[in-house]
Design a protein around this ligand. Structure first.
Ligand SMILES: [Ca+2]
Length: 172
């Protein structure tokens, strides 16, 4: 009975807020760094974590650069990540720790600001103007939450689909 009750609470929280998950994730600005973005029907975002973190309740948002529509995905499951690279993706994807599900009902917009936040506190943000077909858009330097603000340091990956979960090669 208790199991059923717990499950119903989880389901009820499915459409809820970070607060309904029991609090805001304790993640400081810059502790998570967006390093790679892939669209074109295989939607995933690569993130570098500077340390082991509990990202339960993390919000991923997309703000369209033209049109200003906003989408938000909330990490509703209990997810802990180790130091290093991890992925969040739409649907099943190797090394993905979280599925956007219907929070991301279609492809990522071709130009957007992607933001990671905890109860409104910005952790990292990247602005992209276009996403390549098949390849990824990758940050060409070692993970750096300030450096990745520089759009000139991003490029299309030479490999397809990029380097999900692994260090990015330099931009040529
Ligand atoms: Ca990578």
């Amino acid at each position: 009975m208790r199991i059923v009750l717990s499950l119903s609470i989880v389901l009820a929280a499915g459409c809820g807020t970070t607060e309904s998950l029991g609090g805001c994730p304790e993640i400081e600005t810059g502790q998570l760094i967006i390093t790679e973005v892939h669209g074109d029907g295989a939607e995933w975002i690569e993130i570098f974590s500077t340390q082991a973190l509990d990202i339960t309740g993390l919000t991923v948002s997309w703000e369209q650069l033209t049109g200003k529509n906003i989408r938000q995905a909330l990490v509703r499951d209990e997810v802990k990540v180790a130091q290093g690279y991890f992925l969040i993706a739409k649907g099943e994807f190797p090394d993905s720790v979280f599925d956007f599900g219907e929070d991301l009902p279609s492809k990522m917009w071709s130009s957007a600001a992607v933001t990671l936040s905890s109860c409104g506190k910005k952790i990292d943000q990247v602005i992209y103007r276009s996403l390549p077909d098949e390849a990824s858009l990758q940050f060409g330097n070692p993970p750096d939450a300030t450096g990745n603000d520089d759009e000139a340091s991003w490029c299309s990956s030479t490999d397809i689909p990029g380097s999900p979960g692994e260090e990015n090669p330099p931009c040529l």
